[in-house]
Design a protein around this ligand. Structure first.
Ligand code: SF4
Length: 442
């Protein structure tokens, strides 16, 4: 009888990519994928530990799975499992723990678990656990196909060696490992032949891509290789940092028409004092220069970012500097996060930790700013032609639409009718709906 496996993902795009690969691995090993509901024999939860909230959600999901079927095998996989393996070992809801380095071996781990379960239980040991750090190369978790035939994530890099003082990720994912260009390009070609038109080059610290490879295998060369693949019509990049956004790099990107004018440039704080204490390796002046260059080489590109509010020791003046900088840069989208104290990081022991209330208040100020700037950006696009990759039919505001994304990643709605799935069309939106969607009227 085929065992039933249910899957749940938490966290980033890299995690989502890896869980899809795990799902396919288990299907090849004979498991049947079922919804994340009662009735599965195995529950795989790909956990995240980037913030306290991510930790809590990971734990909640693991317990929810055990509640749904107390006889099922509940497997904690990925970052939270890696960093908090010891705590999970003491948790009776968890049967199997596979940290970042072990998750590609899940079929074998489950096999071993099932065949040893009876004997192990007799000896009072009913779980499998392996958290030794075997991270030597970019793992071999690769999905063979994608659920969506429009856009697909392509993981090209894993790990981070930056050690920002607030971040637990280097401990959870290990040092930088990059995928060879030929290997990544082969996957992109496979995706193209499966009908995918847009790929998003993704990694934990994309800027570090190639540091562990021969000189000629760098991020620019990787983008060129993917650009050459017929069938791929658009390329988006995951998160960049000012250090890698040099003029030669941007000029090279601007010469590649498939590269979308949508850049996520991680900021974290718009205050130099805070940036230094975060161990970010750039200043606000570097950051501003990177944005200026992007705006010279691309016509009104969408620049998006992440900002942390309430880092330990962030004074009112520091926060005001940060807010004013975010306002000055004028982002399409600012993802705002309250500082989350991660045990084991340097910032966790910094004095002057802010209260949750103070952090929430600062987040609210930045989110209000984000809403305003985002609307300004979208409003500027009303009446302008936009090339849209259509994805799905959907209902919004009581009407049916075809929905897709422009090259700058703005959502565009087009009146329903016919089949536009996976089609690229240039349209001209006439208005903004709900401060979110650019709408084309019939
Ligand atoms: S660059 Fe900094 S914030 Fe980003 S993953 Fe690495 S350590 Fe974490």
């Amino acid at each position: 009888m085929r065992r039933k496996a249910a899957f749940h993902n938490l966290g980033c795009k890299v995690n989502a990519y890896e869980l899809e690969a795990i799902r396919q691995q288990l299907e090849s090993a004979g498991y049947e994928t079922v919804p994340f509901e009662p009735g599965a024999d195995v529950y795989i939860i790909n956990t995240c530990t980037v913030t306290n909230i991510a930790d809590r959600k990971s734990r909640q999901m693991l317990h929810k799975a055990k509640k749904m079927n107390p006889n099922a095998v509940v497997a904690a996989v990925g970052c939270y499992a890696e960093v908090h393996g010891e705590a999970l070992q003491a948790d009776p809801a968890i049967d199997l723990i596979a940290g970042s380095a072990q998750k590609e071996n899940l079929p074998e781990m489950l096999e071993a678990f099932f065949s040893a379960a009876g004997a192990a239980q007799d000896q009072g040991c009913d779980r499998a656990e392996d958290l030794s750090d075997g991270r030597q190369s970019c793992d071999s978790l690769r999905p063979d196909r994608t659920g969506s035939h429009t856009r697909a994530f392509l993981k090209v890099q894993d790990g981070c060696s930056q050690f920002c003082t607030y971040c637990i990720i280097p401990y959870a994912r290990g040092r930088v490992r990059s995928r060879r260009i030929a290997d990544a390009a082969a996957e992109a070609a496979k995706l193209a032949s499966a009908g995918v038109r847009e790929v998003v080059l993704t990694g934990i610290h994309l800027c570090s891509y190639g540091r562990d490879l021969p000189d000629e295998e760098n991020l620019q060369a990787l983008i060129r290789a993917v650009h050459e693949i017929e069938g791929i019509r658009r390329i988006r990049l995951g998160s960049l940092e000012p250090g890698s956004v040099t003029e030669p790099f941007i000029a090279a990107l601007a010469a590649l028409p498939k590269v979308c004018p949508h850049f996520h440039l991680s900021l974290q704080s718009g205050c130099d004092r805070t940036l230094q204490r975060m161990n970010r390796r750039y200043t606000t002046a570097d950051y501003e220069e990177a944005c200026r260059l992007l705006r010279v080489y691309f016509d009104d590109p969408a620049i998006t970012t992440d900002v942390i509010a309430g880092f330990p020791g962030e004074t009112d003046e520091d926060f005001e500097d940060s807010r004013a900088f975010v306002e000055k840069i004028s982002f399409f989208e600012t993802h705002v996060f309250p500082y989350s104290r991660r045990e084991g990081t340097r910032a966790a022991s910094y004095p002057d930790q802010l209260t949750e209330r103070e952090k929430r208040a600062r987040c609210a100020v930045l989110r209000e700013l984000n809403d305003r700037k985002r609307e300004e950006f979208l409003q500027r696009r009303v009446g302008l032609p936009v090339e849209v990759l259509f994805e799905e039919e959907t209902e919004i505001g009581g009407r049916r639409w075809w929905s897709g994304h422009g090259r700058e990643y703005q959502r565009v709605l087009y009146p329903a009718g016919g089949n536009l799935a996976n089609e690229i069309r240039t349209v001209c939106p006439q208005r903004l709906l709900d401060r979110e969607y650019l709408v084309c009227e019939p």
